[in-house]
Ligand binder design. Sequence first.
Ligand code: ARG
Length: 567
Amino acid sequence: MFETLTSEAQKLLKTMGSEAMKVAWKWEKPADVNHGDITTTVALQLARILKKSPRDVADELAAKVGKLSGVERCEVAGAGYINVWLTPKALLEELAVTRKACTPAVTRKKEAPVIVEYCSLNIAKPLGVHHILTTMIGQVIANLYAHEGTPVVRWNYLGDWGTQFGKLFVAFEKWGAGADPAKISLNELLALYVKFHEEAEKDPELEARGQAAFKRLEDGDREVRHVWQAFVDVTKRAVAPVLERLSARFDTDVGESHYESAMAPIIEEGKKKGVFTKGEKGATIVQFPPPSTLPPAVVLKSDGGTNYLTRDLALVVDRIARYHPAAILHVVGVEQTLHFQQLMATAKLLEWELPVWEHIVFGRMRFADQSMSTRKGTILHLEEVLDEAVRRADAIIKDRGDAIQSDDPKELGEMMGIGAVVYGILSQNRKMDIVFDWDKMLSFEGNSAPYLQYTHARARSVIRKAGADSAKTSPAVKTLTVHERQLLGKLLQFSSVLEHARTERLPHVLANYLHQLCQDFNTFYNVDPILTAPEAERAFRLLLTDSAATVLKTGAEILTLRVPERM
Ligand code: ARG
């Protein structure tokens, strides 16, 4: 924010001695407009270093800041905050930074990529409603990187390996009634899997047969492989349209099966380094020496079979070798926290050289509405939830009648329904449980997709009426009304909000900013006339309107939300 002003202010510190130079000048946006356009706590930090009173330091600095170009006035408040009001000209110039942030940067192809792994669905299971969490959160984090030019690898790490496929094979043989494995549905596969577990309680033999069938799969047995491959293909085909509706696209879906042969050398390495040792009943384990309190983990089962953890070790080795990534980010639910802690701790014990490596967790999904809870053993299908959302959006559109204008109500219903669910999730802090609440998601007034979409359409409609070109002319600088100032100030935060959302991996920071921007725009729209204002005001207000629409659209697209031109 305000680069020139910041470097000018930084120079002021020189006059206060070499110690003062250690402080980096930073501006923040005050929460309250009455505290200026920007504010800084530099005086507080400086007072500590110089052992002076914060108020005195603030007074001394404020006198100098007040003389800098672009500053209208400067005030010391509270314990030593320096609040600054900027000239309209300076504010307007800064708008260029926001407008620039609305165009995706060209990808810096030579740079090390960031691998974002999300969705990571399991083969032979339908997408459940909870899959939307990893899919959307991961996608937005990938989008935030891509938007500022970092190369990104979007990775749907398929769960396509493990003993469950042995069990599924046995179940398919036993109860599949000779069906063609290439024609089976995901619901049938799920039912077979459930049946296997029910029957296995009565017949302990089954478990062993499942294990044996998985061993055959691992050993490349043609028959088992053929069926497994068919299940993989069936799943991919079935989930594709659902992922498409969420605009989820991936660069790769290389899954767990791919690492089958890469694990042996890692096991060898671990043994040689003394990290992997023999545990109980012939398993190979890794123990985490104090001060770590992590429980030991199995890397090789007693039958010599590998597991989820071993595959993840191989995955990391492969990703580093193949991509030399700057970061690997796994977007996976909080249930797998222990797994990722053990994984990362193991890699550390093996003394691997690692990039930034994070488990990006999210909470569990909770339902505000009883009707959404599922019976035991069944899952709430993501597809059904999306259909329901669109149905509800259609009903609202119909209900509102003439209050909603659209060239294509069907399309608007899809945009609004899917958008409502997606935004409903992304607007919540991922670190907490995520509440699924139809009323809140579809509300036209609250922090919701329809409100954002409606506000965007409203701003675009003003621009249409004015003629698109009139919003592009640079207006004369004038004094600002309170709501103009508030809206402009909000617009100026856009690029730092994007950065904050990216570095903290928090999509809700962006979503909530867009919501505030909508509120500021709507207040401005309701109070300050735009199209009927005198020429100087009109041009300026159109520029604000156009900027608001552009920021809303850019931000929405990063959230993979579509916004309509009219509504
Ligand atoms: N397929 C797994 C599941 O649904 C998630 C995979 C997470 N990623 C990983 N590298 N382990 O539980």
